[in-house]
Design a protein around this ligand. Structure first.
Ligand SMILES: Cc1cc2nc3c(=O)[nH]c(=O)nc-3n(C[C@H](O)[C@H](O)[C@H](O)COP(=O)(O)OP(=O)(O)OC[C@H]3O[C@@H](n4cnc5c(N)ncnc54)[C@H](O)[C@@H]3O)c2cc1C
Length: 387
């Protein structure tokens, strides 16, 4: 079994100063007031074009991001690689609206695929659907509203971007993961991704969809898709996450008067998550799975299941993934035990990455959860080094 409390392994790449810096960063993030005020000022500064990079770059940016451009991430990729932790480069543009922006993002993703080709430290590429498509357009398509001629052409360009990226990834032999988003655009994303999975996953699992297991329909979807994929002689491939938009989902469902698609409580989500991992591992012959979580228990369960079904720890169809700057105790200990482990490494100009950083900060404001864990482990390691 893997000991996630082993802080010596977890933080072996951090010197004392870096540990102290990380400790103070999480201390600040643990304060809801500080995060609220900080997020407000950052958003305002961006709107009013005040410079903010000087404050963000040496703090949250350097902690959670790889760099401002692809090649600037090299030192991070190399360092992670030395601990057998691999990298998924994530160009973090969000909330864009124009075709020019979407085409630029597509080119960035193509560049990450080229970078990954033949580079063992970068096993996957990734992209976020709304990095290459306008949110409101996807929403309109999903609602079944009739599109204007211009919108039909725009949606054609979205489909083309999805296809160009995946075609390129397949040509270079680099598997590509597609992130999941809000349920009111996810059905149309699923349709686009399924098309690609059926086209490209014949010989090996190259196109991965993402399932948010906080949705109570996802386990059924996973089983149904796997069946359909098998009937069509293609691999299923999924990144499994719990889901990042719970409050938004519930608020929208309440506002529009439809039942929330999210489990009513955390144990419901946890159970579905663990069941989905278990299902994928039981079907590992033709299902590939990336266990994308910071939840120790889910990782432990996955490790137990891998042992129970008797496949090797580094089976090519199984990997674990965490975000850079979070849960190193999971990533480094799993990697040291021989599992395939990746970090999502976001990159981009500081201004572009700000929505991502604000989400990370807001996600970490509860001392009860993830941040409390980070603080406890950092304190433990600092104490151990004093001895
Ligand atoms: C590598 C990686 C890739 C990711 N990609 C995506 C992506 O493509 N799309 C996406 O949406 N998210 C993505 N995420 C974020 C992910 O969905 C989670 O928000 C985040 O990882 C926290 O969940 P956890 O499993 O790590 O840990 P935990 O702390 O165990 O779980 C927290 C999660 O549980 C769920 N939850 C919490 N309270 C309740 C409740 N009361 N009722 C029901 N459910 C509850 C929520 O989903 C919450 O985020 C990714 C995360 C990682 C690590």
């Amino acid at each position: 079994m893997v000991d996630f409390e082993n802080t010596e392994i977890a933080f072996r790449q951090k010197n004392k100063n870096q540990l102290r810096k990380a400790y103070w960063l999480f201390r600040m993030l643990a304060s809801p007031t500080l995060v609220k005020v900080g997020s407000f000022f950052t958003r305002t500064a961006i709107k009013t074009r005040l410079p903010v990079s000087w404050a963000l770059k040496p703090t949250v940016f350097n902690h959670f991001c790889g760099g401002e451009a692809i090649d600037a991430c090299d030192p991070v990729i190399q360092k992670l690689g030395e601990a057998n932790v691999q990298t998924i480069l994530d160009y973090s543009a969000e909330g864009k609206e124009s075709d020019a922006d979407f085409d630029y993002t597509r080119e960035q993703i193509i560049a990450t695929i080229d970078k990954a080709k033949g580079e063992p430290n970068i096993p996957y590429a990734v992209f976020k659907p709304t990095g290459v498509a306008r949110f409101a357009l996807l929403e309109k398509v999903q609602e079944g509203d009739s599109l204007t001629q211009a919108e039909q052409l725009e949606f054609g360009r979205v489909r083309e971007r999805f296809h160009t990226i995946c075609e390129h990834a397949v040509k270079q032999g680099v598997p590509v993961m597609i992130d999941s988003e809000e349920s009111w655009i996810q059905t149309v994303v699923d349709e686009l991704v399924e098309e690609l999975m059926f086209r490209y996953n014949e010989k090996e699992p190259l196109v991965f969809n993402t399932l948010q297991m906080y949705r109570h329909d996802r386990l059924e979807y996973l089983k149904d898709f796997t069946k359909r994929a098998r009937q069509n002689g293609v691999y299923s491939a999924f990144k499994l996450v719990r889901g990042a938009y719970m409050e938004k989902e519930r608020a929208r469902a309440a506002k529009h008067g439809y039942p929330s698609p999210i489990y009513p409580d955390k144990p419901g989500t946890d159970q579905a998550y663990n069941d989905a991992v278990s299902f994928c591992l039981d079907n590992i012959k033709d299902v590939a799975v990336c266990v994308g979580t910071h939840n120790e228990l889910s990782c432990e369960r996955a490790v137990e299941k891998i042992a129970a079904i008797g496949i090797e720890a580094d089976h090519p169809h199984v990997s674990f993934a965490q975000l850079l700057g979070m849960s190193d105790h999971i990533s480094y200990n799993l990697a040291a035990a021989g599992y395939n482990v990746c970090k999502y490494v976001p990159y981009g100009p500081v201004k572009t990455v700000i929505p991502y950083l604000i989400r990370r900060a807001e996600e970490n404001t509860s001392v009860a959860g993830q941040t409390g864990r980070e603080l406890f482990l950092l304190r433990k390691e600092l104490k151990r080094r004093k001895k």
